[in-house]
Design a binder for this molecule. Structure first.
Ligand code: URA
Length: 259
């Protein structure tokens, strides 16, 4: 992972065209798919962003986002949650079944595991801002029908379409440390060459334009759902905690913010 990549590289990684900012399941190196249901039309949440206002204004506007088709089947937009003053911001892939019903990120099984691991690593989750690269739940029904909703990885263009919301959250919260949970979040933040296996556990500068307040650093790790699915769940959990500890230590040491 190059520490000097620019925002435009990160944009091209997700196929992002415009907007006001920057496998089957999230977690390992399995990626958002590039498949499409309508021949590849580009999507963009950019026009749905408010031209001004803080997180509350953005959360209200995101509720009406129609920037990609995922809103059609989802119950609601799941915007980020946490204090605007948060020094650490964690990014997942997309809301799951529970999050879609409750309208809050990371409130299901993966969220409970994340909370436990983060607290063990020394991160106070009450002081953290938590969000997702994609703000709507994407799912399929079991073959032959049925009520169960099975998580489906977002397409690259859905991640790209949603990027303006993530960029706005990064700009408004302005955290010192960003944690990328899994491949989708890692690619959305660091570019298409990102690989969890290669890039996890290191303090990397967030690509972007120079900013007088400095840029946050990113620590990437496994998605908590990947831990839940791992054959060696204990080992995967220990790895998640170790990576989160890198973020906690950077925060304790002043955040690692720099240019
Ligand atoms: N998985 C995610 O990536 N995000 C959530 O909010 C919940 C599960």
């Amino acid at each position: 992972m190059s520490p000097t990549r620019s925002t435009s590289d990160a944009r091209s990684a997700t196929g992002r065209r415009s907007g006001s900012g920057g496998g089957s399941r999230a977690g390992s190196d399995r990626e958002a798919s590039s498949g499409s249901r309508d021949g590849g039309r580009a999507y963009d949440a950019g026009p749905f962003l408010p031209s001004r206002g803080g997180l509350a204004a953005h959360r209200r506007a995101a509720a009406d986002c129609r920037g990609c088709p995922l809103h059609e089947d989802a119950t609601q937009t799941v915007f980020g949650a946490g204090p605007e003053s948060a020094r650490i911001l964690l990014v997942g892939e997309q809301p799951g079944d529970q999050e879609d019903r409750q309208g809050e990120p990371f409130v299901g099984p993966a969220g409970r595991l994340l909370r436990r691991a983060a607290e063990e690593a020394g991160i106070d989750m009450d002081e953290a801002y938590v969000t997702n690269a994609v703000k709507h739940f994407k799912f399929v029904r079991p073959p032959g029908g049925g009520k169960r909703r099975i998580h489906k990885a977002p397409e690259l263009r859905e991640v790209a379409a949603c990027h303006p919301w993530l960029s706005a959250e990064l700009r408004l919260v302005h955290p010192e440390i960003v944690v990328a949970l899994g491949a989708t979040a890692g690619k959305a933040l660091l570019g298409s060459s990102f690989r969890v296996t290669k890039d996890r556990g290191a303090l990397l500068p967030l690509p972007g334009d120079e900013d007088q307040n400095g840029r946050p650093h990113v620590v990437a790790t496994l998605h908590p759902s990947a831990v839940l699915r791992a054959d060696d769940r204990e080992g995967a959990y220990a790895g998640l905690v170790a990576d989160l500890r890198v973020a906690a230590e950077a925060l304790a040491g002043g955040g690692g913010t720099g240019s």
